[in-house]
Ligand binder design. Structure first.
Ligand code: GDP
Length: 317
């Protein structure tokens, strides 16, 4: 397979910058990297705005990490994406261009860029192989985010082609887990439904409001599985193509809502609010390349939801 390393890339004694360490992805990567013999560097948002090109370059010149994990992004659920298209496009484009360009200038050894399965056309053949990229129109509800992420992965490809940079990109499916944004309006479906079901249980509500028809299907990857996959990619992959990361399993939103009610212990009835958007009908990624590199996901949705709810109870509610 193109890009599969015969000798693993050495992470020992390297300095790794996790851009976006406070987010869902960045937090899980920090935890996973604590098992590697490397030094993690981070910088908080109030000290460095990643949209500031000069500031990013100066910080990188001072820190000189040898590896960058680019997990910083403006993210949100279907309503956040569709109501703030300018911010999703601008912030994400600027963050990634600033970091990728400066990474080349300070000659980092490796950069890993994080995208999302929404980069694929709305009607892409399922499960979606990497070659489905740019074969058709995007899903409208997250078009801005997808365009920014496509630009980011193409930028990694372009810097590899033109300058020989070891920049790779991973496109994970829908993510969830500890550290997610538990916001019923702006969050993704899992944390949003968890909060609503939890509040419903506490207040003895008889109904749970589920957006859309309940028929769209999604593939959900537990965040600590993702972090493990990313470290695996860093060590074992150095190729031009982006790499999908998923579980191979999909659930309808109705099935998901039922599972969340079980985990939370909410007994009410599901009510589908069809004034809210469904988004893509399906977004299942083909994982063959990652499997060929020797990685498969481990955590079932039931197990991941139980761990996520426990974290929510201990840290948020
Ligand atoms: P998407 O994968 O980009 O569409 O991201 P989301 O996680 O926001 O939504 C996934 C699906 O869950 C969509 O079909 C939503 O309409 C549906 N959904 C059902 N209830 C909710 C909810 O309370 N919040 C969100 N964000 N989505 C919901």
């Amino acid at each position: 397979m193109e890009g599969k390393l015969e000798t693993p890339f050495q992470m020992e004694n390297t300095k790794v910058w996790i851009a976006g360490h406070r987010g869902l992805v960045g937090g899980a990567i920090a935890k996973r990297l604590s098992r590697e013999n490397c030094t993690i560097v981070t910088i908080d948002r109030d000290e460095l705005d990643l949209r500031d090109q000069v500031g990013v370059k100066k910080w990188l010149e001072k820190e000189k990490p040898s590896i960058i994990i680019l997990a910083a992004a403006k993210v949100g659920g279907i309503v956040a994406n569709s109501t703030q298209p300018a911010d999703f496009l601008y912030d994400n484009l600027v963050i990634e261009t600033n970091i990728i360009k400066a990474a080349h200038e300070i000659e980092v050894k490796k950069l890993l860029f994080l995208g999302s399965s929404c980069i694929y056309p709305r009607d892409a053949k399922q499960p979606m192989v990497e070659e489905e990229l740019l074969t058709g129109p995007l899903e409208k509800t997250n078009e801005s985010y997808a365009i920014a992420k496509i630009a980011g992965l193409k930028m990694c490809e372009a810097f590899r082609t033109q300058y020989g940079c070891d920049f790779i990109s991973a496109q994970p499916t829908n993510l969830y887990g500890e550290g997610d944004k538990f916001d019923p309006e702006m969050g993704h479906v899992i944390p949003a439904l968890m909060v609503k079901a939890h509040k419903g249980k506490l207040n003895n509500y008889s109904k749970l409001n589920v957006w859309g028809s309940g028929t769209p299907k999604r593939e959900f990857l537990y965040i600590h599985d993702l972090a493990d996959a990313l470290v695996h990619l860093l060590k074992n992959y150095s190729g031009k193509s982006h790499i999908n990361i998923g579980t191979g399993e999909e659930f309808s939103i109705k099935q998901l809502a039922e599972k969340i009610c079980d985990v939370v212990g909410f007994q009410g009835e599901l009510v589908f609010d069809t004034t809210k958007p469904d988004g893509s009908p399906r977004k299942l990624v083909n994982n063959s390349r990652l499997a060929e590199l020797g990685w498969n996901s481990k955590t079932s949705l039931d197990e991941g939801l139980a761990k996520t709810y426990k974290w929510y109870l201990d840290n948020v509610s």
